[in-house]
Design a protein around this ligand. Structure first.
Ligand code: UD1
Length: 357
C-alpha cells in the first residue's frame, strides 16, 4: 500500500480534492492511502467546514490552523507545519491543487524533502506576475514530478516553458468531474429570485482598490436595472470587510448580499441565474460547465478557452462594459464544453500517481 499526503487549505481546494479522494476511496482502497492535511488557510465555517460535510470529504488527519496573515507569514507557518508532518511519517508522494499559498507551501515542503510532488491544475498562466497566484503556480509547477494540465492551453503553456514531455499529463479538469457528480444533489434554489445575476468578487486587486470595487458594483447595478433582474452577491470575508468600510454604501442598496455559499448552494444558484459575473477562476469554469455565460471582472484570465468559446468576456472593472456585456450575454446559453476533458480527470490522475510512486 502506497501513501500520499494531500495538502489543501482554501475553499476551491476542498472542492477539487473531493473528486480525487472519492476515486481513491472507491476504486483503489487497497493500493493507495491518502492522508489529508488542512493548512487552515480558510477557517470560517462558510469558507471551509461545510465543504467537508457536503462533499463527504474524509476528515483531515492534520489541521495546522494557520489562518490569515501576510503572504510571507502565512506561507512560512504552513511550510513549517507541512514539513513537520512530512518528517513524522513516510509518504510516497504529495498532492497539491491550484495556486494558493497552501499549494506553494505543500510544494516547497515536499520538494525539499525529496517527496515526489503531483500538481493538479498545472500549467495555468495569467501572465500577470503581480498576482500572488501566478507566482504560486509557476513555482509549484517547477517543483512537480508530474503536472496535471486540465486543458490543452495549459499543456501548451508548459511545453512553451520547456517542460519535458513525460512530466506533462493532460488530465482534464476535476471540477468538471464534480459538476457531473454533484449536479443532481444541488440544493433547491427556491429562496433565490426568479431573475438574477450571480456575482462574486474576492481578488485582492478588486477588493483592495475602492475605485475598482465601486466601478464593479456600479456596473452590476446598471446591468440589473437595464435587464430587469436582481444581483445576488455571496460575499467573501475580505470583500465584506471592504464593504463595511466603504465611505459611500449607496450602491450596495441595489445588491442582494448573502453569506458565502456552500458548493451545493452554488450549483443551485448557477442553475437559477441568467448570467454570472466574477473574478474567481473556479466560478468562471463552473458557469461554463453549467451552461451559463460569464463576465470576467479582470483584465485577463487563465481560462482563455472559455473566452474563445464565446461563453465569457473580459470586462475588467469597467462599469460601462459590465453593463453592456451583461445585457448582451444575459440568458445566452454557451455550448457544452469540450476543452476540459470528459469528467474522468480524477481517475486519470490517480492512475498516473500510482504509476509514479
Ligand atoms: C485565496 C487564494 C486565491 C483563491 C481564494 C479562494 C492565495 C494567495 N489566494 O484567496 O487564489 O482564489 O483563496 O477563495 O492563496 N478570511 C476570513 N476567513 C476565512 C478566510 C479568509 O475572514 O476563512 C479573510 C481574512 O481577512 C484574510 C482574507 O480573507 O486576510 C484573505 O484570505 P487569504 O487566505 O489570504 O486569501 P483569499 O483572498 O481567500
Amino acid at each position: 500500500m502506497k501513501k500520499i499526503l494531500t495538502v489543501v487549505g482554501a475553499r476551491p481546494q476542498f472542492i477539487k480534492a473531493a473528486a480525487i479522494s472519492h476515486v481513491i476511496r472507491d476504486l483503489y482502497p487497497d493500493k493507495l492511502q491518502e492522508d489529508l492535511l488542512n493548512t487552515g488557510q480558510h477557517y470560517d465555517d462558510a469558507m471551509a467546514g461545510n465543504f467537508f460535510n457536503e462533499l463527504d470529504l474524509p476528515r483531515a488527519r492534520y489541521n495546522l490552523g494557520v489562518g490569515s496573515g501576510t503572504h510571507g507569514a502565512q506561507t512560512a507557518a504552513m511550510l513549517k507545519g507541512v514539513e513537520e508532518v512530512m518528517l513524522s511519517e513516510h509518504y510516497d508522494g504529495a498532492l497539491v491543487y491550484g495556486d494558493t499559498n497552501s499549494t506553494l507551501a505543500g510544494a516547497l515542503a515536499a520538494a525539499k524533502l525529496g517527496i515526489p510532488l503531483f500538481h493538479v491544475e498545472a500549467g495555468l498562466r495569467s501572465f500577470n506576475r503581480a498576482m500572488p497566484e501566478e507566482i504560486n503556480r509557476i513555482v509549484s509547477d517547477q517543483l512537480s514530478l508530474r503536472l496535471f494540465a486540465p486543458t490543452i492551453t495549459a499543456m501548451e503553456n508548459l511545453r512553451r516553458e520547456g517542460y519535458a514531455e513525460e512530466r506533462i499529463v493532460m488530465s482534464g479538469d476535476v471540477m468538471l468531474d464534480n459538476i457531473l457528480n454533484y449536479n443532481d444533489k444541488a440544493k433547491n434554489g427556491e429562496h433565490l429570485p426568479n431573475r438574477f445575476i450571480l456575482a462574486t468578487v474576492h481578488r485582492n486587486f478588486n477588493t483592495d482598490c475602492e475605485e475598482r470595487l465601486k466601478n464593479i458594483l456600479a456596473g452590476l447595478c446598471k446591468a440589473a436595472e437595464r435587464i430587469g433582474c436582481e444581483v445576488v452577491f455571496p460575499v467573501h470575508p475580505r470583500t465584506r470587510q471592504r464593504f463595511d468600510s466603504m465611505s459611500d454604501k449607496s450602491l450596495l442598496k441595489n445588491i442582494r448580499t448573502v453569506e458565502p455559499m456552500s458548493y451545493l448552494e452554488t450549483l443551485a444558484a448557477l442553475k437559477g441565474c441568467g448570467l454570472v459575473a466574477t473574478d474567481s477562476g473556479g466560478l468562471q469554469k463552473e458557469a461554463y460547465f453549467s451552461g451559463r455565460s460569464c463576465l470576467v471582472l479582470r483584465p485577463e484570465t487563465e481560462w482563455s478557452e472559455i473566452v474563445t468559446a464565446g461563453a465569457a468576456t473580459l470586462t475588467d472593472a469597467d462599469s460601462t462594459r459590465i453593463a453592456d456585456e451583461a445585457c448582451r450575454l444575459w440568458e445566452t446559453r454557451p455550448k457544452a464544453p469540450t476543452e476540459f476533458g470528459e469528467g474522468k480527470a480524477a481517475v486519470h490522475i490517480v492512475e498516473e500517481i500510482l504509476k509514479n510512486i
